[in-house]
Design a protein around this ligand. Sequence first.
Ligand SMILES: Cc1ncc(CO)c(N)n1
Length: 205
Amino acid sequence: MTTLPEILSRTAPSWAAATQHPFLDAVREGDLPAAAFDTWLVQDHLFVTDLLHFQARLLARAPREARAVLAAGCVAVVEELAWFEEQAGSRSLDLAAAPLPATSAYAVLLQGLDAAGPDEALLALWALERVYLEAWTHASPSTAYGPFVEHWTTPGFAAYVAELEAVAAAAVTRLSADEAVRTVETVLRHEVDFWSMALPAVPAR
Ligand SMILES: Cc1ncc(CO)c(N)n1
């Protein structure tokens, strides 16, 4: 039977790459230029919009035990989008920017998961939320970007990831280990590309 600890250990180097990324080091050290952060923030707003659409579709076909966490997650994502709009307003950012290639590629991945079974899609959702929590935890503490780091490492978000983990733990038992590894690896590769997207503006250290 496939288990999450097995999948985590088989994908460990990719988790490290997606959480100990130079973008996040620069956030922690405070030397990420505001322009790079802002580029990333506008793209993440686009990603979260795509995520809401994906999650709403998944809710409609999810196994019974996953419905409550997915529905609560949809509400949280709607609130997250409003929060992005507030941040964009105070940083004078244009949220209507076009998606960069990493954002478009991630959107294609999420759309593709509609054709996969709900268990694979649930596993992917857990992975993309867990890696985000770990990534921002790696960026902590940050003085320059402190409020953002705090927003993405709150106990509420950690509790949501833990609830998703319980659902993903059940889902993964219905997948083959190779299938589950492939799904998680694909998510983690897209996460690395997403952090890398805004990095050319980061000074060498
Ligand atoms: C790229 C990315 N991955 C995961 C999350 C978590 O919602 C996010 N906001 N952005």
